[in-house]
Ligand binder design. Sequence first.
Ligand SMILES: Nc1nc2c(c(=O)[nH]1)N[C@H]1C(S)=C(S)[C@@H](COP(=O)(O)OP(=O)(O)OC[C@H]3O[C@@H](n4cnc5c(=O)[nH]c(N)nc54)[C@H](O)[C@@H]3O)O[C@H]1N2
Ligand SMILES: Nc1nc2c(c(=O)[nH]1)N[C@H]1C(S)=C(S)[C@@H](COP(=O)(O)OP(=O)(O)OC[C@H]3O[C@@H](n4cnc5c(=O)[nH]c(N)nc54)[C@H](O)[C@@H]3O)O[C@H]1N2
Ligand SMILES: [Mo]
Length: 829
Amino acid sequence: MDASVDRIAEPWGSRTPYDRHGTWPARVDTHLEAGVAPDQVERWVRAASILHSDGDAMDIAVVDGRMAGVRGRVDDRVNRGRLGPKDAFGWQANASRDRLTRPLVREGGSLVECDWDTAMERVTARSRELLTERGPGSIGFYTSGQLYLEEYYTLAVLARAGIGTSHLDGNTRLCTATAGEALKESFGCDGQPGSYDDIDHADVIALFGHNIAETQPVQWMRILDRLEGGDPPRLVCVDPRPTRVARRAAVHLAPRVGTNVALLNALLHEIIRAGRVDHDYVRTHTVGFEELASRVEQCTPEWAARICDVPAASIRAAAELLGAADRLLSTVLQGVYQSHQATAAAVQINNLHLVRGMLGRPGAGVLQMNGQPTAQNTRECGADGDLPGFRNWQNDDHVADLARVWNVDPATIPHHTPPTHAMQMFRYAEQGSIRMLWISGTNPAVSLPELSRIRSILRRKGLFVVVQDLFLTETARLADVVLPAATWGEKTGTATNADRTVHLSEKAVEPPGEARPDLDVFLDYAARMDFRDKDGGPLITWHDPESAFEAWKRCSSGRPCDYTGLTYDRLRGASGVQWPCNAQAPDGTPRLYADGITWAHPDLCESYGKDLVTGATDDVVEYRSLNPDGKAVIRAADYLPPHEAPDEDHPFQLTTGRTLYHFHTRTKTARAPQLNAAAPDVWVEAASSDAAALGLHEGDLVEVGTRRGAVRGRLRVTDIRPGLLFLPFHYGYWDTEGGHGPGGDTPGRAANETTVTDWDPASKQPLFKTAAAALRLVERGDGRVAPAPTTTASAPSRTGAAPATVGGPTALVTETDAPPRGRRTQEAP
Ligand SMILES: Nc1nc2c(c(=O)[nH]1)N[C@H]1C(S)=C(S)[C@@H](COP(=O)(O)OP(=O)(O)OC[C@H]3O[C@@H](n4cnc5c(=O)[nH]c(N)nc54)[C@H](O)[C@@H]3O)O[C@H]1N2
Ligand SMILES: Nc1nc2c(c(=O)[nH]1)N[C@H]1C(S)=C(S)[C@@H](COP(=O)(O)OP(=O)(O)OC[C@H]3O[C@@H](n4cnc5c(=O)[nH]c(N)nc54)[C@H](O)[C@@H]3O)O[C@H]1N2
Ligand SMILES: [Mo]
């Protein structure tokens, strides 16, 4: 049966209920441009979504050589045919008229069009000059979580072995650095333990600072379908906002932002006190339990209740659910990773699973989530502050092994200090030691904290800025050279989602004008720079996506993220394979650590761990004495108060984050009419009690100010935690229509005007979730309403206070029930 559903008004579509341990029914969601019928589609081209980390598999409809719509892929393990709103409508941005079609270079103060040769010669000339005059440390690369594996790997090789710089990081630093760090701290190595299939089997699902309903809407559909089926799971939600997840939770804890560690320590205290520890598991697979038990001994629910401002009874109720669960699935995201004590908190969630022995079995797993579509690849390819293949920069054998793969001298690969993290790279640029910064696939002039500072760094005279993007973004406008990139649908490559599922996305249409795939740009640069291996042969021996993938396979061989069992042809068959995929696991690996902890041994581990308070790196001697046999490490952490507390001038806490319909700095979603209309401008959320106390109403124009800057937006009064304000971070100051928003250096629309330059000591991930702020009226709304959706966590607390968010006739998605099929066999519970 087919149904047509307005998927702006009903973002999660119709329900297809299923029972615990059952198979999630398949259903195909299709959205085609108005006037195009399914039988007019000439080709369906294989792809996976790149507007979140879910990895929703989809096919692109091609008509007359252009994109005309998308359809979920029915046999895929991740989404079983479903699409979220951004998947369904976001593709339209590709064809927008303001795509960059030619390179630009700065001439006499302004950016002017030129050919590729001119632009690339500028970049290589500057690179050579700097290498001669100042050495490799004067060049930095800041990349993305949105390119393809092949592109990151190529960039990692050219930056680390070609240039020889340690200044290479991704915007994954803002996103999943804490996920990676928490996995390294607990399991010695990055790599997602769990699987999305755990949703089918869990009896308790706990979501920590993760608004999955809006940020991975397809997995939320799966949870909703289980909630409607037999033996439904109970949800625990830890989030200060009234998210859809919170509204469906058996226990909702809405803590003061920045207090996750206190709450988690109380949960661990209760679980240990109530005798819920799996002592066999702890003895066989872990070290550090005694230390944890003694550190949380005083952390009673009453103690945490005072710090977190949640009822002690609710903490007990949550602990009872977590402690009694027979299959517990936990997910963690930015409410932890971008909040105070990020790594310490994320590690306590791993500890919860270790003490309860909830790992490596269907339904029992932890998902230290990713955010961006290919953040996993940034991390595993070493385009972040790590070495490729989860090799340990402190272990000379690992460096030597990498040097063997690249046929270079180990000394070529910088490894005497930790690879530079993004926040430090911007500091070096500010101080003048980094003189060239090549930014690909990210828009730091909107997404980094404290934007006035970022703008002034990017404008510095001595800093040569290269920006590789689809659009003339806020960042591109500050560049010396702008390189027009091709993107999803216009180039081929692989992407690995948050549960290690690898998808191949193929080129469906030609890129606009002279735009080029990022891979081609990096290969061109490497060729022009003439990077060589130690025998004088070319350092980079590949020439297209498939040969780059084959090169990466050699680098991944024998590593935790082993891709050697995969080929492009294989990925064109069964849709979605989870790494490691090799001779031992030819069909891929649903869960890590099913047979104990495998990569934590001192000789194998990616990291010897860090001090969670100071961030100081441990060395091999310390690690070997702590964990000689390579078990999981239970690391305890004391709660520390957030760095910036509310005071008289700034009486509120301020947090920032996402809304369902937009992706990041909106370069794509603002160019998709259905998505743009659902949330067209910035707004401010405050609790009804706070609004009443200040005499503020829905739609009033208000200003949120911190010590860094201010944002103006219309007020939405919601059921958010009293004392807390929320700003969506999507709105830059450059309007897609081509005009400035409220102008110049005080744009007043981007949340990051207000955020602080501060980061987690261990993961170096910046803090976007905790600040102290003031709120004041600028102008009465006089009947206007905030441009915020009503379908989400931003719903007004008073029903009817704002007209319901709808999409209308252009937002219809066809939902086609499909009989369950494909390669999946039912797992034994
Ligand atoms: N629609 C949409 N989906 C996306 C994206 C997008 O831009 N739009 N981006 C993708 C990316 S890159 C990412 S990283 C993910 C992010 O996905 P999420 O992490 O789910 O999204 P956020 O809105 O950043 O933060 C989640 C929640 O953290 C809560 N929170 C804030 N402070 C605290 C705290 O101190 N403690 C706790 N427990 N909770 C807190 C907020 O109330 C918020 O609801 O989404 C991905 N998916
Ligand atoms: N206040 C606040 N700030 C935050 C966050 C928050 O919650 N609050 N979240 C942080 C997080 S988790 C993230 S992930 C970041 C995201 O921050 P950004 O990475 O800056 O955000 P995007 O808008 O996704 O930027 C990606 C850029 O890449 C371009 N692009 C897309 N596809 C391609 C491609 O194939 N090739 C090339 N070359 N370019 C491409 C897009 O046009 C866009 O300009 O923001 C961070 N900043
Ligand atoms: Mo992210």
